[in-house]
Design a protein around this ligand. Structure first.
Ligand code: ADP
Ligand code: F6P
Length: 325
């Protein structure tokens, strides 16, 4: 057993919240306390760090949160944290509060902040937390499963009314520039078309031809899942209706996808990521990000993780086209 050098672990959530973040916070707090390490919660991400909004946490601080969406630590975007002098200040505040290990739950931007603090002597480990699934080093990010299930349930409802009215529906899902939520919903909801930044060629005439053709083969509705990064769902709906004569409506699901009680998958991944992050800090690691890859829980150097690329699964994408007729 290695000597436990870490005395106090700080934990923060940063960037967009994601269902399951609370389960990860709970795991970090309980694992650390179990190892005799103190835990401090930093409120509102790097913004709260700079404002020294820091609270002591005990086992009861994380009671009754595993099933709740959002983050009990709140979250924020803190644009000035990109500046070296602001990062110096952040590292100084960690030291002032005795925080010698830091767990950052968030996306790539948040990991850059963690790497900057690690460079300044605060051992830091990142946990992938974003509904977008757009962190390249990992096959799973906290929140994705809940977000997809929330969107899927909404799309099922829109589908019912689209069929009754024999309409085309363009349903926009989140994901920033990544199309993972769109692809998964497209498959789970049996959509006729899936538009993502990664694959869409912006050939609207192809969609129009496809709608006309599907009507001929007896399709009553036409469901298009549109990724947030492609956007323009309202404009697209007007143009498609004008060109096809098929009534077309746009639905933008929005922030509902970011909330709600996390699925079992999100709770279990989050719990494991949280535990592993503390295990890494106890083992003396820094500048790491935990991940799930090829069926195993692993970890990577943050810079290496940030340099990796991720694309949509081509087999799944091709399949979605074959299944849409
Ligand atoms: P996400 O973590 O989900 O990718 P953002 O990209 O908005 O979300 O980043 C979250 C926060 O991480 C930012 O508001 C900022 O405080 C911090 N951050 C982002 N980029 C950097 C960077 N290059 N250096 C240091 N901190 C950063
Ligand atoms: O990263 C999660 C996410 O919900 C993206 O899907 C979306 O583009 C973005 O955050 C919205 O961010 P904000 O909460 O700042 O509007």
């Amino acid at each position: 057993m290695m000597e436990n050098k870490v005395k106090t672990i700080g934990i923060l959530t940063s960037g967009g919240d994601a269902p399951g973040m609370n389960a990860a916070i709970r795991a970090v707090v309980r694992t650390a306390l179990h190892a005799g390490i103190k835990v401090k919660g930093i409120l509102r991400g790097y913004q709260g760090l700079l404002e020294e909004d820091i609270i002591d946490m005990d086992a009861r601080s994380v009671s009754d949160i595993i099933q709740r969406g959002g983050t009990i630590l709140y979250t924020a975007r803190c644009p000035e944290f990109v500046h070296a002098e602001v990062q110096d200040k952040g590292a100084g505040i960690c030291k002032k509060h005795g925080i010698d290990g830091l767990v950052v739950i968030g996306g790539d931007g948040s990991f850059k902040g963690a790497a900057a603090l690690a460079k300044r002597g605060v051992n830091a480990v990142g946990i992938p937390g974003t509904i977008d699934l757009d962190i390249a080093c990992t096959d799973y990010t906290i929140g994705f499963d809940t977000a997809v299930n929330t969107a899927m349930a909404t799309i099922d409802k829109v589908r019912d009314t689209s069929t009754s009215h024999e309409r085309c529906s363009i349903i926009e899902v989140m994901g920033r520039l990544a199309g993972h939520i769109a692809l998964w919903c497209g498959i789970a909801n049996g959509a006729e078309d899936i538009l993502t930044v990664e694959r869409y060629d912006y050939d609207e005439q192809r969609i129009i031809n496809s709608i006309i053709e599907r009507r001929k083969i007896g399709k009553r509705h036409y469901i298009i899942i549109n990724a947030e990064g492609v956007g323009d769902s309202n404009g697209m709906a007007k143009r498609i209706e004008a060109a096809t004569g098929m009534e077309t409506r746009a639905t933008i699901i929005g922030y509902a996808q970011r909330g709600g009680s996390p699925t079992a998958m999100d709770r279990v991944y989050a719990s494991t990521y949280g535990t592993k992050a503390v295990d890494l800090l106890i083992a003396g690691a820094s500048k790491r990000v935990v991940a799930h890859r090829n069926g195993q829980f692993v970890d990577f150097d943050i810079q290496e993780a940030l340099a990796m690329d991720k694309d949509l699964d081509q087999y799944m994408y091709d399949m979605s086209i074959r299944l849409s007729r």
